[in-house]
Design a protein around this ligand. Structure first.
Ligand code: NAP
Length: 254
């Protein structure tokens, strides 16, 4: 079960953090994995090298997911080198902290462009390739900070709006693409150890307050999200589309 041998995957934002963790788990299960980031080419190459050491193929693709021309080039590189794409994990994302009154138009646009428009642009290009084989898996990384879940976080209205948009986009894509054999789901992580959550990890009081909200008593690790991706990417998850899988150590239930 959950064998991904022979599948080709792209994980955006995979030079580090959650995206890197997802890439390594997909590769462990047999997939070839193209990795992507915007600026950190050295770390991106290291991630690709780790995948190759596992006996899989990898491509290092530098592209800003919020820029249509760069996204189109990234997908045409995959099509030219591999011919097909089976799994797309839309993971690239940024966070920005500011009170509602202080969010600038520039910061609003940056967060929405990378976190939401980026997933739309990548999915639109990915679907063109997946449709040819009548099989695909698109996994959009959302967040427990996406609205409508009973808890909220201050000073990240733009981030929360972008992730709420990801959930909505996921549902609409799922119903439009189901008959093409393409399943679209979202994973909503809780607090996961990565550069994005460094402020929490480094502040003992904030860390304690965060962990006190999490029934499992720890922050999540990139591999926790990677395992959920492996499941949703597998043949076994064939009847699952249009859902949000919360991977939060029980935070929302607590
Ligand atoms: P991270 O450690 O900050 O890593 C972000 C990744 O995204 C990096 O690889 C970065 O590339 C890439 N990236 C940023 N902007 C990009 C762009 N315009 N185009 C392409 N790649 C870009 O973040 P993370 O914690 O792993 O987060 C991954 C995803 O999980 C995000 O969508 C985030 O919102 C979501 N999430 C995280 C948490 C958490 O607690 N960490 C919780 C819920 C949801 P460079 O190295 O080139 O900068």
């Amino acid at each position: 079960m959950f064998d991904l041998t022979g599948k080709n995957a792209l994980v955006t934002g995979s030079s580090r953090g959650i995206g890197r963790g997802i890439s390594l788990l997909l590769a462990k299960q047999g997939a070839n994995v193209a990795v992507n980031s915007v600026s950190n080419y050295e770390k991106l190459s290291q991630a690709a090298e780790e995948i190759r050491k596992m006996g899989r193929q990898s491509l290092s693709l530098q592209a800003d997911v919020s820029k249509k021309d760069q996204v189109q080039k990234m997908f045409s590189d995959i099509k030219n080198k591999w011919g097909r794409l089976d799994i797309l994990v839309n993971n690239a994302g940024v966070i920005d902290y500011a009170s509602f009154d202080e969010i600038t138009e520039e910061n609003w646009d940056r967060v929405l462009d990378i976190n939401l428009k980026g997933q739309f642009l990548c999915a639109q290009e990915g679907v063109k390739i997946m449709r040819e084989n009548k099989w695909g898996r698109i996994i959009n990384i959302a967040s427990i900070s996406s609205g409508g879940v009973g808890i909220g976080f201050k000073n990240i209205s733009h981030y929360t709006a972008s992730k709420g948009g990801v959930v909505a986009l996921t549902e609409n894509m799922a119903i439009e693409l189901a008959r093409d054999g393409i399943n679209v789901n979202a994973i909503a992580p809780g607090a996961i150890e990565s550069d994005m959550s460094l402020a929490v990890q480094k502040d003992p009081k904030l860390l304690e307050a965060t962990i006190s909200q999490i029934p499992k008593g720890r922050m999540g690790k990139p591999e926790d999200i990677g395992a959920a991706c492996v499941f949703l990417a597998s043949n076994e998850a064939d009847y699952i589309t249009g859902t949000v899988l919360y991977v939060d150590g029980g935070w929302l239930a607590g």
